[in-house]
Write a protein that binds this ligand. Structure first.
Ligand code: HEM
Length: 521
């Protein structure tokens, strides 16, 4: 700057100080800006909603769910982030798609996220929520959950059914040996379903129900119909007052009534039969025996809340939650192994070396089969059967990664998206069991990047029951047989598409030709 030589002294002083003054003013402004920003961010986070993909009038984001909601929601999350607030009809719905968000819902704020939304179809099938899986979070749920954990699905109870598993799996392996003899392909979804249903029938109802009116294809159809109605997006759940009319016109009411009546008639018979037949002391307690004993104990202690409907509600949960899920997991494991022959060879070598010439794999063997366990983890990572878990509902005003969340919001935890998150998993789309080598990550709800059974206080209580069957049957299938694709089909041609619904079942049935390794060697 040019200063005139005759300028007064104070002007000179002012002008020389100008840069300092400017600096001070700038610093003060910067400070003020920072402060304002902080206050603004604070207010913003208090009132700010999570990002919401734009929706349509009335239906909101419902149309964006598509046939495979876990995939559509994962794509939306790529654009809008791991915490999204959608509107499904009139229902605000929070979608969580990162391990960090899942941890906040299932650990840090577990209580706030542990309720379930009411659902028209689930309500009807569970005798108005007197079950355990669909009932809202309450003292009642805690009591029912205790019964599940302590009595029905405890490790001791799972072990007590070991003979049942052995017997059915032996028969299953024999029937596959017959197909191997004829060199004919086996539909693994079909036989896997029959096996899981048979084991569940016997553990739940006892032997007397083999050959009952539920035996055979009738039961499979009924169960698939029950899963379909429970998983359907009933209009009544998203459009209060008018939705029920849409459901009535669409035929959902009559479908639901039919499913309910068939199951109810069946459960009535089972309970009556159990009440009429005295069991000897050395006879094995099945699940219905245990539930009837608990009911008697409750009555003796003066409690009246545990009624026949509670028993039917729990049985309903076991069938809808426990039969298809096991069969679907088996199919995906075999599909991935056939698609990845080097993994198939490695896991078969491990099993065959360990059993060294023995005819079958036992439950005791399984813990020693490290690579086999990794294969199962990798299967459950790529193919979590219930990809959005069972929907949750917030039971109080709460938070999610800094966003305030209202009470009564439906919550989907996208376990499928988290298990394929490239920020967590290297080459997430590939089937690489070795990724679990030297890793502590497992699927029991402590590691939020792998949640096929959910987590927190509503984690699946049937994990041990489910895995005992899945592990034993798969280990024996891999031990005894080699598996080939039919008609010269190549591994790359295997269709891995998922079918539409709440479970991620394989759309195209998996048909493989077994080659009997036992009689070859
Ligand atoms: C591969 C097999 C299975 C898978 C992948 C699976 C998965 C799940 C998932 C994701 C949930 C929701 C958890 C959450 O909200 O965090 C759940 C809940 C449940 N599962 Fe399973 N499940 C399987 C087998 C079974 C079996 C065999 C049974 C019973 C015999 C069973 C009984 C239940 C019950 C009762 C609930 C509700 C728990 C509650 O709300 O407190 N599941 N399961």
């Amino acid at each position: 700057m040019l200063i005139p030589h005759n300028a007064p002294l104070h002007t000179l002083v002012l002008l020389t100080m100008l840069p300092v003054t400017v600096l001070i003013v700038l610093a003060a402004l910067a400070l003020l800006w920072g402060l304002l920003k902080k206050i603004h961010r604070h207010n913003f986070m208090i009132h700010k909603q999570p990002p919401s993909p734009p929706g349509l009038p009335i239906i909101g984001n419902l149309h964006q769910l598509g046939a495979l909601p876990h995939r559509s929601l994962a794509r939306l999350a790529e654009r809008h982030g791991p915490v999204m607030l959608l509107r499904l009809g009139f229902e605000p719905t929070l979608v969580l798609s990162s391990a960090e968000a899942a941890k906040e819902a299932l650990k840090t704020r577990d209580v706030d996220y542990s309720s379930r939304p009411l659902s028209f179809c689930a309500g009807k099938l569970t005798y108005n929520y007197v079950d355990v899986a669909f009932t809202p979070y309450s003292e009642y749920w805690r009591e029912m959950r205790k019964i599940c954990v302590v009595e029905l699905f405890s490790l001791k109870r799972v072990q007590s059914f070991q003979a049942v598993r052995n017997e059915w799996i032996d028969a299953f392996i024999q029937s596959i040996a017959v197909s191997a003899g004829k060199r004919e392909a086996v539909d693994l979804g079909e036989v896997g379903f029959e096996l899981n249903a048979s084991i569940t029938f016997e553990t739940a109802f006892g032997r007397s129900f083999k050959g009952s009116l539920m035996d055979g294809k009738g039961f499979e159809k009924l169960l698939h119909e029950a899963t379909a109605v429970v998983g359907s997006f009933a209009a009544a759940d998203f459009f209060p007052y008018v939705g029920w009319m849409v459901d009535k016109l669409s035929g959902l009411h009559s479908r639901l009534d039919r499913v309910f009546e068939r199951f109810d008639g069946f459960f009535e018979n089972v309970i009556k039969e159990h009440l009429n037949s005295e069991k000897g002391n050395d006879e094995h307690e099945d699940i219905v025996d245990v539930l009837l004993r608990i009911q008697r104990e409750h009555v003796q202690s003066g409690a009246t809340w545990f009624t026949k409907n509670n028993i039917k509600g729990i049985l309903q949960n076991i069938f809808v939650g426990g039969v298809d899920t096991g069969a679907i997991t088996m199919v995906w494991a075999m599909a991935e192994l056939v698609k990845n022959p080097e993994v198939m060879k490695k896991v078969q070598d491990e099993i065959r070396n360990w059993t060294s010439g023995r005819e079958r794999v036992t439950e005791k063997d399984i813990d020693n089969l490290k690579y086999f366990k990794m294969v199962l983890k990798e299967t459950l990572r790529l193919h979590p059967v219930v990809p959005l878990l069972v929907p949750r509902r917030t039971s109080a005003k709460t938070h999610m990664l800094g966003y305030p969340i209202q009470e009564g919001v439906r919550v989907f935890i996208n376990a499928w998206a988290i298990a394929r998150d490239p920020k967590i998993w290297d080459q997430p789309e590939k089937f690489i069991p070795e990724r679990f080598n030297d890793s502590l990550v497992d699927y029991r709800g402590q590691h939020f990047e792998l949640l096929p059974f959910g987590g927190g206080r509503r984690i699946c209580p049937g994990i041990n029951m489910a895995m005992a069957t899945i592990e034993l049957v798969l280990a024996n299938m891999l031990h005894r047989f080699d598996w080939k694709l039919p008609d010269g089909m190549k591994a790359e041609e295997l269709d891995m598409e998922e079918g539409a619904g709440i479970t991620t079942f394989k759309k195209v049935p998996l048909k493989l030709v077994p080659v009997d390794n036992y009689y070859q060697s």
